[in-house]
Design a protein around this ligand. Structure first.
Ligand code: NAP
Length: 251
């Protein structure tokens, strides 16, 4: 029987306090990995994720780290490497939205989304990859979005950040393939989390009408694919974008 086995691996999941990041962190632990999660503000939620991982009998800790700050990222990655001894898996999952039509979008809303979603992934990759190079093993998984491929009304900043992540992933795959490091993208469709809770009923219905599976996705649907990509089963996959959208992009 095929099994997703991450035993002995040390993972870092940004935005692991809630939603998709929490599901990824707990699923990795379920598959045998120790997991460090990063969060921005929500300490209680981060501690809850740590508890859920520890219930799987794996090591876990939460680090307050604004991924948009290179200083924060440098110190956090060093602290994690010290505490865990190595970094094998990095999931760039932290993300925010600040929606608005281009004509009304402030420079601040543009920058904060790009800084968190794209620059944050660049900083974490830049500073974590050296530990992967040292061990000649690494798995980098970037959580983009289906809208990074299709575009979406009112999300110029978010869509640009998610399309940018696909480019960043391809370059990471090219630069580090020789060191046995893979880099891949998961592109979720409409997943029920705090991020989608704040959408208006009309926008939600608009999305759901297009989903071929006729239901929103769950964080676990994304976590299953992230665990597969982190595992030895996916060792020949690099630079790929795996869409997990229940057929939304075809609807
Ligand atoms: P969510 O429930 O809003 O959670 C966002 C997570 O990101 C939280 O853990 C948050 O930490 C963290 N975060 C935000 N800004 C951060 C920063 N500057 N530094 C560090 N951590 C930060 O979102 P989600 O729905 O799970 O989304 C997770 C990822 O999937 C995002 O990249 C999102 O764009 C992508 N995605 C989601 C969907 C969907 O339908 N939900 C679809 C496609 C793609 P705090 O708890 O401390 O705030």
């Amino acid at each position: 029987m095929l099994k997703i086995d991450l035993s002995g691996l040390k993972a870092v999941v940004s935005g692991g306090s809630r939603g998709i990041g929490r599901a990824i962190a707990v699923t990795f632990a379920d598959c045998g990995a120790d997991v460090a999660i990063l969060y921005a503000h929500n300490k209680d939620a981060a501690e809850e994720t740590v508890k859920l991982i520890q219930e799987k009998k794996r090591k876990a800790s939460a680090f307050k780290c604004n991924v948009a700050s290179e200083d924060d990222v440098v110190h956090t990655v060093e602290d994690i490497a010290k505490e865990y001894g190595r970094i094998d898996i990095l999931v760039n999952n932290a993300g925010i939205t600040r929606d608005g039509l281009i004509m009304r979008m402030s420079h601040d809303d543009w920058e904060s989304v790009l800084n968190t979603n794209l620059t944050g992934a660049f900083f974490l990759t830049k500073h974590a990859v050296k530990y992967m190079i040292k061990n000649r093993f690494g798995r980098i998984i970037n959580i983009s979005s289906i809208v990074g491929l299709t575009g979406n009304l009112g999300q110029a900043n978010y869509v640009s950040s998610k399309a940018g992540l696909i480019g960043l992933t391809k370059v990471t795959a090219i630069e580090y393939a020789s060191r046995n490091i893979t880099a891949n993208v998961v592109a979720p469709g409409f997943i029920e989390t705090d991020m989608t809770k704040k959408l208006s009923q009309k926008v939600k219905e608009g999305f759901l009408k297009k989903v071929l599976k006729k239901a929103p996705g769950e964080p676990q649907d994304i976590a299953n694919v992230a665990a597969f990509l982190a595992s030895p089963l996916a060792s020949y996959i690099t630079g790929a974008t795996i869409i997990v959208d229940g057929g939304l992009s075809l609807g």
